[in-house]
Design a protein around this ligand. Structure first.
Ligand SMILES: O=C(O)CCC(=O)C(=O)O
Length: 294
């Protein structure tokens, strides 16, 4: 179940802020391995490390379709779609931007799968749903879809965080995320960085700083690895894995799709249920209200 249409509106990001580049100084890069389905070895690795880096999860044709779908959403080709968040740097200038400039001004798109059949078909691809089912150990339901576009030059950092700190799903339920690169991604244009095994320590308090994030001093800097990907490659990751992305300091685009799946019975079905889950989530992850400091 996605969000209800009236809950989604176009917005401008509030911006991030300066950060210590040492937060993303990776000890190593994990190369993607061509993905041909889950084996016992890969399942064990997912449980141990909290992620898999899968080359070629979607093929070139689908990458092209995804890019065309995003272009259509940004270009205003879908009446009623409002899930665009612009980068803070373009605030006040949006009306002056032509289509090409707008393509490089979007931070993210949210809740689009019901507006774009090509993107819907990737998120609901039977092989992808089977992969999610296998890792969740339950029938999966897509409950969040985003396209994270980190534009050249202005795409800001997404500070270290755990995704489940953001989601109003039943506490303790397994969540699997798929982050699918549509461009080549590397540290220069803001690829994913993760801390292998960090999901096993469970929920960590988050604080409203540059974003809703882990305290910078809670990031295990010595264990950071970068996960560069080619187009169509995918980071498959546990909802508790510590991850983040540096800003895009390059002149290169870095578009990615992100889908999150959870067991159907863990997903909210009403506003009341969601509010209750939110209260329970913030009691665990809402660092500013807990007796901890950052
Ligand atoms: O794509 C990115 O830069 C980071 C995405 C991410 O971690 C998130 O939105 O939770």
């Amino acid at each position: 179940m996605g969000r209800q249409a009236e809950e989604i509106s176009e917005s401008v990001d509030r911006g991030g802020g300066d950060y210590d580049p040492g937060l993303y100084r990776a000890a190593e890069s994990v190369p993607a391995e061509p993905f041909g389905g889950l084996s016992d070895g890969l399942r064990d690795r997912y449980r141990r490390d909290g992620f898999l880096s899968a080359g070629g999860l979607i093929d070139e044709r689908r990458v092209g379709e995804a890019i065309a779908g995003i272009d259509r959403l940004i270009g205003g080709g879908v009446p009623g779609f409002r899930g665009i968040q612009w980068e803070a740097g373009v605030k006040g200038r949006l009306a002056d931007l032509d289509l090409e400039q707008r393509r490089h001004a979007v931070r993210k798109l949210v809740y689009y799968v019901d507006h774009e059949p090509r993107l819907h078909s990737i998120a609901h691809d039977p092989a992808i749903l089977a992969l999610a089912a296998d890792l969740l150990g339950a029938e999966p339901e897509l409950f969040a879809d985003q396209a994270l576009l980190k534009p050249p030059g202005i795409g800001r950092e997404k500070p270290w965080h755990q995704d489940v700190a953001y989601f109003d799903v039943r506490p303790g339920a397994p969540v699997v995320g798929l982050w699918i690169a549509l461009d080549r991604t590397d540290p220069g244009n803001g690829c994913m960085h993760v801390i292998p095994g960090s999901h096993r320590a469970g929920p960590v308090p988050h604080f409203s700083r540059r974003d809703f994030q882990l305290c910078d001093t809670d990031v295990a800097r010595d264990s950071v690895v970068a996960v560069p990907l080619d187009p169509g490659g995918c980071l498959i990751f546990d909802g508790l894995l510590h991850h983040g992305t540096p800003r895009n300091t390059s002149e290169r685009r870095r578009w990615a799709l992100q889908f999150h799946y959870a067991p159907a019975e863990a997903i909210w079905r009403s506003r009341d249920e969601r509010a209750a889950y939110r209260e329970r989530r913030l009691a665990v992850f809402g660092g500013d209200g807990l007796d901890v400091t950052c």
